[in-house]
Structures are given as C-alpha cells and as structure tokens.
Design a binder for this molecule. Structure first.
Ligand code: ATP
Ligand code: MG
Length: 422
C-alpha cells in the first residue's frame, strides 16, 4: 500500500470506536445533568481568532498552528483549541440575548503541530465546558466539580486536582516585575526558550517542562502573594466551596497554564498513569477574552480535557468498557432461493429491533456457522430447501446448542420470548 496516515494522527478502528462512544455518551449524560448544552463550531477559523484569543506568545500560536491561505488569500487555521471559537460564536450570535449565563459544552477534534509521542498527537480530541456570563466563584466550583464528576463516572481514580489563581492583570504586572528580578541573575542557567520567554512573557517560564528550568523554578516568588483583595477573596471562596463539597485539591503556586487569556482561577487535573504528558484536563477563568474580541465585558470560565489521554488512563486502570459485540440472530442459508428469501427476513427482524446479519460471501453452512459463532450470535436461523418446503426455520440456540424446527408464523413469538429471557 502506497499511503500512510499523517504523522501524529490516528485511525480509530471499530473496536476502539466503541470505547470512544462509551466515553462520549458518558460526557453527554454528565453535561446534561449539570445543564450544559452542546455547541459545534467550524473546524477552521480566521487565524486572527486564535492569534488574538490565545495570545501571540503562547506555544500554540507561536509554533503549533496548522495555518494556510485559502484562495481568497484569507489566513485560516485549523482549530487548536475551543475556547476562542466558542467565544467568537458566542459574540457573533449574540448569545447573551438568549440567556444571561450560557453553559456550553463541546466534543471536538483539534489540530496542533507538535512532536507526536504517547498522549501527544497532531490531531487529537477534547471535550470541554465553557460557562459564559458570570464571575461567581460558585461557578468556578461547579465547573471543577463537573470535570471531576465526569472522570469519576468513567471510573477513573487517583487523579490530582491542582488549583491556583493568576489574579488580574494589575497584580500580574507587579508580579512579573518581581519575577524578572528573580530570573535575571539566573538566566544563563535557563533553557533557550525560557530566555526568549524572559523578554516576551516571563510568566511562561513557570510553565517550562525542561528539567533544569523546573528545578530553578522551585524558589520563584509566588503569584498568590501578589493577588489583590478581590482576587484573594474569589480564590478563597473557590477553595472553601471545593472543601465543603469534598473535592480534594492541591494548591500549585506555579500553575499559570499555557494560554494567555486566564484570570483568577486556573486548574489542572493530572494522572500518574500518564508519564510525562500527565495532564488530562486544564481550565480556568478568562474574564477578559470577550473584550479582546471587541465584545462587552463578559466573565467566563472553562475547562478542556484530552480524550486520548483519558482513554490511556482508563486503559491503565482497566476501566475500558468491554461490552462484547453480539448478534441477536444470524440467518444461515443453503441455496440460492433461501439466500433470496432471507433478505426479507433480515428486514422483518430488524424492524422488530433485533440485531441481525447473514453471510454475503456464499460460504458453506459450516463456514457460516463459524461466522455466527465469531460474531457472538445468540440464535441461528437456518433456511434451506427443506425449510422452505415446510414453511419453517431450523433454529439453533447457540448457548445451549439445542436445535428445533419452528414454523415461520411462530418465529417472531419464539424470538421475542427467547431473546427476552436471555
Ligand atoms: P500539555 O501541557 O500537555 O501540552 P496543554 O496545556 O497544551 O497540555 P491544553 O491546551 O490546556 O493543554 O489542553 C487541555 C488538554 O488537552 C490537555 O490537558 C491534554 O489532555 C489535551 N491535549 C493537549 N494537547 C494535546 C495533544 N497534542 N495531543 C493529545 N492531547 C492533548
Ligand atoms: Mg501543549
């Protein structure tokens, strides 16, 4: 074969798709309980949406985007995250007129040109939630509880919830000056990327994954010590709400998250089952994003979780859904006439809500029985010249191995009774 899939992308084959559907169904059920409604946005946007929304200095915008010019010379980017598109759609569709608070969720493919490795792909999938229209700390708590609830419903355990507050831009500015003073004499020891971050966005040095930098970062001043009164109070409320609702968390003073749009609460959920790409979920408040898009001041908070990483954790914890595929009925035919008639029965039984299939390869009866077995058929209906003559099916119960002959007019009743009691 000549062609291979593009590096960092995955084919999700049927057996794995059933796992995806299981996770997606669980996400939908949980979102529904928390009264979040689904939103879908285009797979591409004007590059500007991400460049402005996420921030030029972020890894995503500076090096990970899949961008191209279309025939109309418009700069287009395949979406690398969902918060900016959701905010764009929220403003464009005047969703604030529909409800004062919009609670939105999504499940979507995303694209980032990074180095593929376990848990890090170029096309990956996220689900997430965005609550737009309120700055209540109760909403921060609800959103974190929602993220934890979904993980819990998927049977995942041993997750770590890390929270921090990045405050507002004013306190962050003071903090950044303080940071620069701290970093300056140590710059030679920091990595190349961090040296350029020092000039463009020193906060991002705290987010560096390089070992030496991480070590050097251990004694950096903490952002929480620079929060103003409003931010401190907000953060205090969020923490006490989490405690009152028995959500275990750790304060992670250097958690700033990769994206520029965050204010106040930020959080991350990690799993020790994931090695170095250990984040399953990240989120935070982004009260200033709407204004960056030219919209009215609109407080908001959201999170996003990587579905591939969740599946890796579920696999490591043996929580994958192992419902086996099965057929209610397999119709096994002998001869041309039986093959013809069986099509009508396929249709009839499917209309009754039964999962039915047959052979399409003109296989021998023996090979058809093997196929029925492989597909976990509960019942095999055999149709040959004799049965056609007798207006009946030979019926084999695959569990007990029992065979009987049942007339066509009774077959529906037999299947109903038989499959119900299994
Ligand atoms: P990381 O630090 O792992 O690069 P991030 O900060 O870039 O994560 P976000 O942009 O906050 O991640 O995305 C939220 C979640 O989406 C992550 O916690 C992770 O589970 C998942 N994710 C992010 N990038 C990828 C990727 N390239 N492949 C697979 N999953 C990803
Ligand atoms: Mg990243």
């Amino acid at each position: 074969m000549k062609y291979r899939r593009i590096k960092g992308t995955q084919d999700i084959l049927p057996d794995m798709v059933s796992q995806w559907q299981y996770v997606e169904n669980m996400i939908r059920q949980c979102m529904d309980l928390f009264n979040y409604q689904e939103m879908r946005t285009p797979v591409f946007e004007l590059t500007e949406v991400f460049a402005r929304g996420i921030g030029q200095q972020t890894d995503i915008v500076s090096k990970e985007m899949y961008s191209f010019q279309d025939k109309g010379k418009k700069n287009i980017t395949l979406k690398p995250e969902m918060t900016a598109p959701v905010m764009r759609a929220y403003l464009e569709n005047n969703m604030s007129n529909m409800a004062a608070l919009n609670k939105i969720y999504y499940i979507s493919p995303l694209f980032r040109q990074e180095n593929p490795q376990a848990g890090r792909l170029r096309q990956f999938h996220q689900f997430g939630a965005e609550a737009i229209g309120s700055n209540a700390p109760e909403l921060d708590a609800e959103l974190i509880m929602l993220a934890m609830y979904i993980n819990d419903q998927l049977g995942i355990s041993n997750l770590k919830l890390k929270v921090n507050s990045v405050g507002d831009p004013d306190s962050r500015e003071i903090y950044i000056l303080e940071l620069k003073n701290y970093f300056k004499p140590l710059l030679k020891q920091y990595c190349h990327d961090c040296n350029s971050r020092y000039k463009s966005n020193p906060l991002r040095i705290l987010d560096c994954k390089n070992k030496t930098c991480k070590e050097l970062n251990k004694n950096v001043p903490k952002l929480v010590d620079f929060l103003n009164e409003r931010s401190s109070k907000h953060f205090g409320m969020v923490k006490s709400l989490l405690e009152d609702n028995h959500i275990d968390y750790e304060i992670e003073p250097y958690l700033v998250r990769g994206l520029d749009y965050y204010t106040d609460t930020v959080f991350e959920i990690t799993s020790e089952n994931l090695g170095s790409q250990d984040a399953v979920c990240g989120g935070g408040r982004y009260d200033l994003l709407s204004e960056q898009f030219g919209g009215p001041p609109t407080p908001a908070i959201g999170f996003a979780a990587g579905i591939e990483r969740l599946l890796l954790v579920m696999q490591a914890q043996d929580k994958l859904n192992n419902d086996e595929n099965f057929l209610d009925v397999y119709i096994c035919t002998m001869g041309e006439k039986a093959s013809h008639i069986s099509m009508t029965w396929l249709q009839k039984l499917r209309k009754l809500g039964l999962r039915v299939d047959r052979d399409f390869l003109k296989r021998s009866v023996k090979a058809q029985m093997r196929d029925a077995h492989r597909q976990n058929a509960k019942i095999v209906l055999l149709l040959g010249d004799n049965e056609i003559e007798n207006k009946s099916f030979s019926v084999k119960d695959m569990d007990s191995g029992k065979q009987s002959e049942i007339s066509l007019k009774d077959i529906e009743k037999y299947l109903r009774n038989h499959l119900k009691t299994q």
